[in-house]
Design a protein around this ligand. Structure first.
Ligand SMILES: [Cu+2]
Length: 188
């Protein structure tokens, strides 16, 4: 009888350890979705520049990596912190700005990455080429009802920079991004 009382807690501990081990394995065995790569490209005659794909749908926690394939670009969130641009990312999300990437294609300085955790729509632009319509849109999980789902220039009273017509034309519809997963740039 005495042996049983000694053994029971021991068995319990072993079971608990086994369960934790299985749980741990399960977590580490979950395949992390690979980064989504967006190339910053230029047309053959150099007259057009774009993020390609221009629209992507990712899952919360997924990494987006931008790679400079030609010319020099930035990856800058549409947010008042970035030169008083319009807020077009989820209200509580942190804005980002890569600055103009000066690395030549193929070097470490030619890429930028960011992990998106918060669901919603994120619009961003290239600082040197916003006027040329070099903008992009990312949907993380569900689009929800944040600023990125509103029409461009939705709050003129704020005095933010006006989103140029060329940029408006380039942003793919949220519904198209959700349907296709990735929307290539129009001139490709
Ligand atoms: Cu650019």
């Amino acid at each position: 009888m005495r042996t049983r009382y000694v053994l029971l807690p021991a068995i319990g501990s072993i079971l608990l350890a086994a369960l934790l081990l299985i749980a741990g394995r399960r977590v580490s065995a979950t395949p992390q979705a690979p980064p989504v790569v967006i190339r910053m490209v230029e047309s053959a005659d150099g007259s057009q520049v774009a993020f390609d794909p221009v629209g992507v749908h990712v899952q919360p926690g997924q990494i987006v990596r931008w790679v400079q394939a030609a010319n020099f670009h930035s990856v800058s969130a549409y947010h008042p912190a970035n030169g008083r641009h319009e807020c077009r990312i989820p209200t509580d999300a942190t804005p980002w700005d890569s600055g103009v990437l000066t690395g030549l294609p193929g070097t470490a300085g030619a890429s930028f990455e960011r992990t998106f955790h918060q669901e919603g729509v994120y619009d961003y632009f290239c600082l040197p080429h916003e006027q040329s319509g070099m903008v992009g849109r990312i949907v993380v999980g569900r689009p929800l009802a944040g600023p990125g789902t509103r029409p461009c220039n939705y709050a003129p009273e704020k005095g933010w920079e006006v989103v140029p017509e060329s940029a408006r034309q380039s942003l793919p519809a949220v519904s198209e991004i959700l349907r296709l997963g990735q929307v290539p740039c129009v001139w490709r």
